[in-house]
Every structure is written in structure tokens, then in C-alpha cells.
Design a protein around this ligand. Sequence first.
Ligand code: SF4
Ligand code: MG
Length: 361
Amino acid sequence: DDLLLDVRNVCVDYYAANGAVHAVRDVNLTLKRGEILGLAGESGCGKSTLAFAIARLLRPPAEITGGEVLYYPRPHTDRKGSMVQQNRRGRNSPQEDVIDVLSLSPSQLRQFRWNELSVVFQSAMNALNPVMTVGTQIIDAIKAHRPDMGPDACRKRALELLELVGIAGDRIRSYPHELSGGMRQRAVIAIALALNPEVIIMDEPTTALDVVVQREILELISNLCKEFNTALIFITHDLSLLLELSDRLAIMYAGKMIEKATSADVYKHPRHPYSYGLLNSFPTLHGPRRKMVGIPGSPPDLRVVSSGCPFAARCPMAFEPCRSVTPVLGPATSDNQEQLVACHLYNPTYAQKLPGAQEFA
Ligand code: SF4
Ligand code: MG
């Protein structure tokens, strides 16, 4: 079908002098071709670490300690045919046309990045080389992966990319410091698109920009992804941004996935109490929603592996099983198998014992 990425049971640890920090804990995630997936959570929840793991960009002391990242290349492609051939687990059925990202060799990885997957980081200023013109940087990115393309073709493609991201062609000779923050971010997006990848990962790409520019960049990103059927994993702590931009949402807390659903479902009914918190409005069991500023308290120590819900200490809804039994992701309601939540409020075993659970659910 349309499956592009299948992240299975991925775990990432950071090794520190005082013990391993379990930054990503047994996370599952899928991404369809052309889909915009929002990855949300407070800073330190593991969202960037997960994205870096998917892109194989983690460096020691971080280490992927378990799981799989499976990538399904475009069927019947010839543009990346050689790489796909090398990495097939078998060649007898279409299901076997899958790349195991975590076992790619360094040279295969270089091909995978940019051609199949590219990454846009938080700071456009740091992503660009200050002593090279924007044009040179785009052309270098193309040349590095398409040695067959001559200088004229590269320059033509660079101009095409600048136009796509709304930068005037004469800016091809500009240095990063001659561009505004928004323009620099557009240039970085142009580089990410240079090789026409199947998926782009963006880690808080607009946080440094003012609100109006942020909105323009988000519109640009979403239009470009639709135009080229490029899948996007967009990471931010700002859930309201994601509700507009993304088709589907994945919300993390303390290294775990705690809610996965379509953006429409999260907007209508955020199910996990933490998702409510991110949306700045906690429900009370009876009575109207009251506004909250942030979520009081801080996440648990990620060195400790303990049972119980990781959100229990901060959760206004915590009840009897929360401190002893670890909730697992499951459907929030029986009529929507697409909205998954890791919270005992939706576990029939516990929820029926909780007065008011119906109103909450
Ligand atoms: Fe709150 Fe309990 Fe649900 Fe955790 S499992 S989010 S503590 S109600
Ligand atoms: Mg981060």
C-alpha cells in the first residue's frame, strides 16, 4: 500500500556517567507516502532523538538499543534502482522491497540521505555555511549526489529550487547573512528538496522566526509537500501549529508515545490528559474546561525504568492504577481504531471503576 516508513519498537539510550538515559522507549510509528505527520511533546520528550534515530544521525553517547526502521522505496523506480537492489532482503515479492535503515552501510546511508530522506534542523543559520553563497550551497548539495549532472544543469536546478521556495533568482549569489531569517529558512528548505526526497524531517524549523514569518514558512512547506507528494515529519512543542499543518499527530512524553491520531481527532477530542495539557485546556470531570498555563511539574527522571504511568506525578486525572500499572497504547474508543492513547482512563478494566470517566472519554 502507501506505507513509506515503519518505525518498530525503537529504543534510544544516552550513556552518561551516572547511568543510561532512556530517551526513546519502545516507540512505534508509521508514515505514509505524502503524509504530513506532526511529532509533538515538551522539550526533552525524545521527539528529536527519535527523528535523529530514523535519519541515522545519532552520535555517541546516544545509541539505538533496539527496534527497526523500515523504509519502503517507491515501487517501479529507476531513479534509485541501484540502491534499492543492493538492500533488498529478498526479490520475490513486492513486500520484500524494503530497506532496513538501521543496517545501512555508511556509503548506502549517504545515498539514502538527501535522495530518500532529508533533514531540516532548528537553526537555519547553523545549517548554512556563512562563507558560501546560497547558490553554491544548493549546487554543492546537488553535485554531491548527482555527479552525472553538469554545471549548467545544477545551476538551472538551483534556480528552480529558489523559485519553488519563493526566493528571487538573483539571490543565488547572496551570502546567508544577506538574507532575513525567513529567507534563510527557505534556502534550507530548498536544499532539503534538492534531490526530491520521499520524506523530509523538520525539527522545530520555525521556532526562531516571528509569528507571521512562521506562518508563511508553514504554508510553503505544506504546499510543497502536497505538490511533490513528499512525506513530512514535522517536530515541534507547539501542538496548535501541528493541528493545522499535519494530517496525523504523534505525541510523546518522557520517551514514550502517548497518543497517536488524526489531527482532526486530536482537535475534537484530545484523549490523553497530557495532550489536553499541551492544548492548554484541561477538562474537569464536571463543569467547563478551564484554561491552564502550561503543565505544572516536570517529566520523570529518564534514567529510571519504573512501572506506572510516566505522567502520573503531573496528571490531574491520576487514579488508583496509574502509579503501579504502565498504560499501553490502545484505541481510545471502540468506534475509532485510529486514535490510540496510553492512558488507563480508556482501559475498560479501570475506566468503569472511575466515576465520571464517561464524560471524560
Ligand atoms: Fe493520568 Fe493515569 Fe492516564 Fe497516566 S494513566 S495519563 S496518570 S489518568
Ligand atoms: Mg528537540
